[in-house]
Write a protein that binds this ligand. Structure first.
Ligand SMILES: [Zn+2]
Length: 159
């Protein structure tokens, strides 16, 4: 497994329906994604970045519990919280010069995040929570990847 060419990152990913959409061997796919993320000093990695056009991402931070446990987010989506202001966040992306290129991207400061996780192999359970600050940025950045949106599309190159 490796990072795919950036030209392919504009493709939209498809909804995850069952465990085969993630992989026949879920654990090795996720472990490989985590490995690539760590090698590039990333915080999170979305499936299309490694050529899997399905709606999921892995974050090295557990966004719900705010701990450093790699966590899987399936079919994620977000909406802004009513009084959330937009903030400018400085972001890198491991697909662009291994995260070394930085972009200024407009993000919501607070979001209502929703995603699913597997109970067993075929039952998806819904989870929803409020995220703010850096955690909200991670969630927005990765969910955007699943819609084919990257930081060069959405932001301004700064260095
Ligand atoms: Zn990215």
């Amino acid at each position: 497994m490796e990072l795919i060419e950036i030209e392919k990152l504009s493709e939209k990913s498809e909804e995850v329906i069952n465990i085969e959409d993630i992989s026949n061997s879920k654990n090795s796919t996720l472990n490989d994604m985590i490995k690539i993320c760590r090698i590039n000093n990333g915080i999170a990695i979305a499936a299309p970045q490694v050529g899997i056009f399905k709606r999921f991402f892995v974050s090295l931070i557990d966004l719900l519990n705010r701990t450093s446990n790699p966590t899987l987010y399936i079919n994620p989506s977000y909406t802004k919280i009513d009084n959330s202001k937009k903030v400018l966040s400085t972001e890198g992306c491991i697909s662009y010069n291994n995260g070394k290129d930085k972009y200024l991207v407009e993000r919501y400061n607070i979001i209502q995040a929703e995603w699913y996780y597997f109970i067993g192999d075929n039952k998806l359970e819904r989870m929803t929570t409020t995220l703010d600050g850096d955690l909200a940025v991670i969630f927005q950045h990765e969910t955007d990847h699943l819609n084919g949106i990257t930081i060069p599309n959405k932001g301004t190159y700064i260095a």
